[in-house]
Design a protein around this ligand. Structure first.
Ligand SMILES: Cc1ncc(COP(=O)(O)O)c(C=O)c1O
Length: 705
């Protein structure tokens, strides 16, 4: 077994058995970086590789750089696709193939001078193909002096990092430049500064009160917390008083730099770090883009934070009904025709908000939707809370930014290595008003953000660009294998895209993120609650989410093969116990949208009154029917509202909420208030309604396919 694999396994085993924090174990793998040179002349290529590898061996080589070669564009592309350690590609300005017969097509001297040659691919074409495959790679071009202007001109708009003259053969100089290029991409400006500051052990006469953990360390009562969390959690917990660490609210130093590097990595004009999740990121964008009374098109099943943004901004929402897969209790995307119709009917809307991918991994064919919105000057915000990893593997692209979205919010903590709450806000809007955004961002941002969260965003960007492709390659392979294993149990079945797609979006070009695996459990003989309990108590396994007949598993770049094996083993054991299938009680279907009678913000800011869901006879309270809800009523998870402020309450909705509370006693129902044991909801009083301007005459507020 190679040393690195063996030591990695040893470390993993030790940390599991002794339950030591992994950070305490010194298990530092050195990186491996490959620079691929694509040149079709075997002798020249051989000489280049020899010279460059000699430079790498004799000069300082912290990134483990080695040089490898490919003689054809095709072979080069295959290597880039196969080998996740390729970090830089050097492309000859023109690539020729030597042919057996025919005419001479290329001009340059070759090893086989007499053989005819034909152009395989220009550097421009190859650069475009490489960028489409792996945009995070650095690219250099080998050129001849005579053609310099022509080539640089042709590649001007491409992501080319630099040029080398083919004939110069300054291998040590080339190596130094390439090494510096990798060093630049692998930099983490904020984290580097934070670590340097912590290690310089300055005396803190500022917040936080624990003062680098000094208040805890010596305490007989709470030192255990200090020991458990680890010293750096405390000494890296600093404050805005530390000028060297910049300010999240007005970044000009290391935070600004880290954000710029993130923007480059994700393909945005600008990126901002948010330390209160995509939840806050969504609210900031809505408040920035929409003034009170302005129109907003949004998927009714958007995350609750978008609905909170509607209240905060005073937007006039037009809700788009999403598709629902009733067989599995899964919400799908909004049908394309509903979105396109909304865009046509509401050209005065400021913004369209969609979630892609959904919790279950369904993602839109965004390009035509965004183009239609842009044709009407409507900006587009895509909630990519579940899709921050997508940029780093071609099987998952295009991302929303690549499809042209103006604003994208991503929970870096959900699928990358950032700490919980750490999120990215990406901006691609040419009309972006940064001062307005800044005001809104600062309105929501704590003046004491946690610095380790910011550092984790910086580090997750670095990881994504340095090894995201390689890790995702592995994750996708594990996802494939796990699907086959789960299906092999006989009692569990992984749902395919076709299974998941509701009928009305079947032709909308929707795709599935394979890292989300939804499993039909209806043949296993357990209810979903029993299955989750069994997985947890017998096998130490916690899953992402469930519906009444499915469980959803989330694979990320942190998923290991042994974790997959343990899950497979658990499911196989449960399957072999051969329980008779149970009758599964469907979760009540979420009622369709009723009607928005008042602006959500107007309704929300009414004092309202609490009315119980049940009457004195324990029946659905008829007094609620026809009333207007003042709060957002949201089962969590998944966080999709049953009622929004300003919405008309019907008998159906009251019955649904009661059934939901009875059947789903483990799910939170945000917005429901308990008066003693009585679940109640806040509704507008008659007097309050009289004072408000109803929307009825002014606007249809709901669109269905
Ligand atoms: C679609 C969607 N958007 C936003 C969020 C909120 O993200 P965060 O937890 O980062 O605040 C979630 C959380 O589950 C979500 O599912």
């Amino acid at each position: 077994m190679p040393g690195t694999v063996a030591s990695a396994l040893r470390c993993a085993t030790i940390s599991r058995i002794k339950r030591l924090p992994v950070g305490l174990i010194r298990c530092m793998n050195k990186p491996t970086s490959k620079v691929l040179v694509i040149n079709d002349e075997p002798l020249i290529l051989k000489e280049l590789l020899k010279g460059l590898n000699a430079a790498a061996r004799t000069l300082d080589n912290p990134f483990g750089i080695t040089f490898i070669g490919a003689l054809t564009a095709k072979e080069g592309l295959q290597l880039i696709e196969r080998d996740g350690d390729v970090q830089i590609v050097i492309v000859d300005d023109k690539l020729y193939a030597v042919q057996e017969g025919g005419r001479r097509a290329g001009g340059r001297a070759a090893s086989s001078r007499d053989a005819p040659r034909s152009l395989q691919m220009t550097a421009l074409k190859l650069v475009q193909k490489i960028t489409a495959l792996r945009p995070e790679l650095d690219l250099y071009i080998l050129i001849e002096k005579e053609k310099e202007d022509q080539i640089v001109d042709a590649l001007f708009a491409e992501a080319v990092d630099g040029y080398f003259y083919r004939e110069e053969r300054d291998y040590r100089g080339m190596y130094r430049i390439l090494n510096a290029q990798i060093a630049e991409r692998a930099r983490t400006p904020f984290y580097d500064a934070l670590r340097a500051y912590v290690l310089s052990a300055k005396d803190a006469w500022h917040t936080p009160g624990h003062s680098s953990g000094d208040s805890l360390r010596g305490s007989p009562w709470v030192n255990e917390f200090y020991e458990f969390m680890g010293e750096h959690v405390f000494d890296a917990d600093l404050s805005v008083s530390v000028k060297a660490l910049d300010s999240l609210m007005e970044p000009t130093g290391v935070i600004a730099e880290a954000q710029q590097m993130a923007a480059k990595a994700f393909g945005a004009r600008k990126t901002f770090f948010a330390t209160n999740g995509t939840s806050t990121a969504n609210k900031v964008i809505l408040q920035t883009l929409i003034a009170p009374g302005e129109k907003l098109l949004l998927d009714r099943n958007c995350h609750k934070s978008v609905h909170h943004g509607v209240v905060l901004s005073g937007a006039r929402p037009v809700y788009l009904d999403s598709s629902v897969n009733r067989k599995y209790g899964v919400f799908g995307p909004v049908p394309k025709k509903t979105i396109l119709r909304a865009i046509e009917e509401h050209p005065d809307a400021q913004l369209l908000v969609l979630t892609s991918c959904t919790y279950d991994g369904l993602r839109y064919d965004l390009k035509p939707i965004i183009e239609a919105a842009h044709a009407r000057n409507i900006k587009v915000l895509i909630d990519e809370a579940w899709y921050a990893h997508a940029r780093f593997h071609p099987a998952l692209r295009p991302t929303a930014l690549e499809a042209g979205a103006d604003y994208v919010t991503q929970s870096a903590h959900k699928t990358l290595s950032a700490f919980s709450q750490a999120a990215f806000i990406h901006v691609n809007d040419a009309d972006f008003k940064e001062h307005l955004f800044r005001e809104n961002f600062n309105m929501h941002t704590s003046t004491s953000p946690m610095y380790s969260l910011i550092a984790s965003l910086d580090v997750s960007r670095k990881q994504a660009v340095m090894e995201g492709y390689k890790l995702l390659q592995r994750t996708l392979m594990l996802a494939d294998e796990l699907r086959a294993q789960i299906n092999a149990t006989g009692a569990f079945r992984v749902l395919t895209l076709e299974d998941l797609l509701p009928e009305d979006v079947k032709d909308d070009g929707i795709r599935l993120d394979p890292t989300k695996i939804t499993v039909d459990i209806s043949s296993c003989g357990l209810t979903v609650d029993e299955l989750q309990q069994e997985l947890f108590s017998r096998f130490n396994i916690t899953i992402e989410k469930s519906t009444f007949n499915t469980i959803t598993l989330l694979l990320t770049i942190g998923t290991t093969r042994s974790k997959c094996s343990r899950l497979y083993d658990a499911l196989m054991r449960i399957a072999r116990e051969k329980r008779a299938p149970r009758r599964l009680y469907r979760t009540p279907d979420i009622p369709g949208f009723t009607e928005l009678v008042y602006l959500p913000r107007d309704a929300y800011y009414c004092g309202g009154e609490l009315v119980p869901l049940l009457d004195d006879n324990d029946q659905p309270n008829a007094n609620l029917v026809g009333r207007i809800c003042a709060d957002q009523i949201v089962p969590y998870p998944p966080g999709i509202p049953v009622l929004v402020p300003g919405q008309l309450i019907t008998e159906n909705i009251v019955e649904y909420l009661i059934r939901y509370l009875r059947v789903q006693n483990k799910v939170e129902l945000h917005g429901v208030v308990y008066q003693g044991y009585l679940p109640s909801i806040r509704v507008l009083s008659a007097a309050e309604e009289r004072k408000l301007q109803p929307l009825r005459q002014t606007l249809p507020t709901r669109l269905v396919a």
